[in-house]
Each structure stands twice: as structure tokens, then as C-alpha cells.
Ligand binder design. Structure first.
Ligand code: PLP
Length: 222
């Protein structure tokens, strides 16, 4: 399949999954995960009309998108990888959405930048639903305190994001994330990747992050 066929297939499956859950088609946004994909595939995705992209590294995203933004002012860029505090200023300059707010230090850094007059992107908190040692994200039990800290600093959090453990049934992680979002009155749910986005939509995803199913296998590991 070429990339245009893949895009048509994936967007079709997203619509079907939304309909099957009695949700409007436009209630699910496809975030095309373009990390480490070759330039020709990015160009093909833009030509096919995709405008929402996800990247997991600030520097790589700058190189790829800073100029393309000028040609495509309607782009929406999501940071979906961990953010170090020392890259926060670069990140807020480039991205429209940061999905990976996950610790007090980063909240404080973002709050300082906002106070200094920087316009902040939209923010999601990443939750480590599987409580995996090596994975970013706040543990579910620490989420209330982190959200309270965000509120104290006037940082509006729109929703939650998760990456389930690879060896576990994703549905229970999506259900947990949906429950946490509901409990805290948050409307955005970023969950579901190439292998499980239909399950995520069934459980309430508003954003699915799809890479390899859309672009083909990544040429080098992310
Ligand atoms: C790479 C990545 C994706 C996309 O993964 P695929 O399995 O290729 O769809 C989604 N979310 C995050 C956070 C990622 O790092």
C-alpha cells in the first residue's frame, strides 16, 4: 500500500470506530506520528491533507517543522515525548499541544515561562497507567496533586494522555485514563496507537496517535 491508501484506510477506520460508538466523526482527531519518518512520507501526508502531527523529540521536530510551519500555517503540532525542563522554552515556541506534562518541576518551569509573557501551548498530563519504572508520566495516585499544582499556577490542563505497557491489554489502561479524566472534569483523551486505536476510540479517545500504520515502519527506532 502506498501512503495515500494507508491514510485513506486509517481515516476510514477512525470514522467507523467513532460511528460504532455513536460518536460524531469529528470527535476523534488523528495525530499523525511523524517521528523518524523520511521526508518524502511527510510531504505525502501533507499533500494528502493531514495537518495534525506528533513528534517525540523537540530538536528533531524543530528541524522538520519550523520552516514547514510557514508554508502551512494551519498545522497543529503535538509533543508526545518526554520534555526536559531545559527544552521547555524551545518546545513551547514550536508546539501547539504538549501532551507530556508529568512532574512538578516541569509545571513550575512552564508556569515561569507563562509569567515571563510566553504564550503556552495547550497542555495534557501524561499518566503512567501501568506504573512502569522506565516510563514517563505521573502515577495515577499522584495525578490529583499534580493537577492541583497546575491549577495553583494557573496552567490550564485540557486532558490526559497514556501509553499502555506493551505486554498488557490496552483496554484496561484506556478505561482507567477515561475514568481519571472524567473524575477531574477533563475533556481531552489522547490514547490509542497503530495497534489499538479502535479500542481507544470505543473507550472515549478524542485523539489517537498513529505512526507506523500510517507512514509504514519507521526507518530507525525512535
Ligand atoms: C511512536 C509513538 C506513537 C505511534 O506509535 P505507532 O505504534 O507507530 O502508531 C504514539 N504515541 C507515542 C507517545 C509514540 O512515541
Amino acid at each position: 500500500m502506498d501512503i495515500n491508501q494507508r491514510i485513506a484506510e486509517i481515516t476510514g477506520r477512525i470514522k467507523q470506530a467513532a460511528q460504532a460508538s455513536q460518536r460524531p466523526n469529528d470527535s476523534v482527531t488523528l495525530v499523525a506520528v511523524s517521528k523518524v519518518q523520511p521526508e518524502d512520507r511527510i510531504e505525502a501526508a501533507l499533500a494528502a491533507g493531514l495537518r495534525v502531527f506528533g513528534e517525540n523529540r523537540v530538536q528533531e521536530a524543530q528541524g522538520r517543522w519550523a520552516d514547514r510551519r510557514k508554508a502551512h500555517p494551519d498545522l497543529t503540532l503535538h509533543l508526545i515525548g518526554p520534555l526536559q525542563s531545559n527544552k521547555a522554552e524551545d518546545a513551547i515556541a514550536l508546539f501547539d499541544v504538549i501532551e507530556t506534562v508529568d512532574r512538578p518541576k516541569l509545571v513550575q518551569t512552564l508556569a515561569k515561562l507563562a509569567q515571563a509573557g510566553h504564550k503556552l501551548p495547550r497542555l495534557l498530563v501524561q499518566v503512567n497507567t501501568g506504573e512502569e519504572e522506565q516510563k514517563a508520566g505521573v502515577a495515577p495516585r499522584d495525578l490529583p496533586a499534580l493537577l492541583a499544582l497546575c491549577a495553583e499556577h494557573n496552567l490550564p490542563i485540557e486532558g490526559l494522555m497514556c501509553i499502555p505497557p506493551e505486554d498488557e491489554e490496552p483496554a484496561m489502561h484506556f478505561a482507567l485514563l477515561a475514568k481519571l479524566a472524567q473524575r477531574h472534569g477533563l475533556s481531552v483523551l489522547s490514547m490509542g496507537m497503530s495497534g489499538d486505536f479502535e479500542t481507544a476510540i470505543r473507550l472515549g479517545a478524542t485523539h489517537v496517535r498513529v505512526g507506523s500504520a500510517l507512514f509504514g515502519e519507521r526507518v530507525r527506532p525512535a
